[in-house]
Design a protein around this ligand. Structure first.
Ligand code: SF4
Length: 97
């Protein structure tokens, strides 16, 4: 197919094919984005939620509804949403009070 043709010079079947290919490309890109958002354990990766080891605007993991505390107040815990060890003073975009 010649992609240099303007859309007005395309026939209906050509337009349909072009739209179908565009839709397929969007589906592939969207699926790839979802896959990279998940860590190996199926939870959200730290990178996908912009996790950081320090508080953000007074919010921190130990005050978050998803935080699972460690053995002591200051020891690392875990999270119901985000994969890996979570610092009680950390924060991510999924913070929920
Ligand atoms: S959702 Fe984010 S802010 Fe809340 S405990 Fe998990 S990592 Fe911390």
């Amino acid at each position: 197919m010649n992609l240099r043709k303007s859309s007005s010079s395309l026939s209906n079947p050509q337009r349909r094919l072009l739209l179908r290919q565009g839709g397929l490309l969007l589906a592939v890109v969207g699926t790839a984005a979802l896959v990279t958002a998940q860590a190996d354990d199926g939870m959200l990766s730290k990178a996908s939620v912009h996790y950081q080891d320090k508080p953000h605007n007074g919010q921190h993991c130990s005050d978050c509804a998803y935080f699972i505390p460690g053995p002591s107040v200051q020891s690392p815990g875990s999270c119901r949403l985000v994969s890996g060890t979570i610092n009680p003073t950390g924060w991510c975009q999924r913070f929920s009070s």
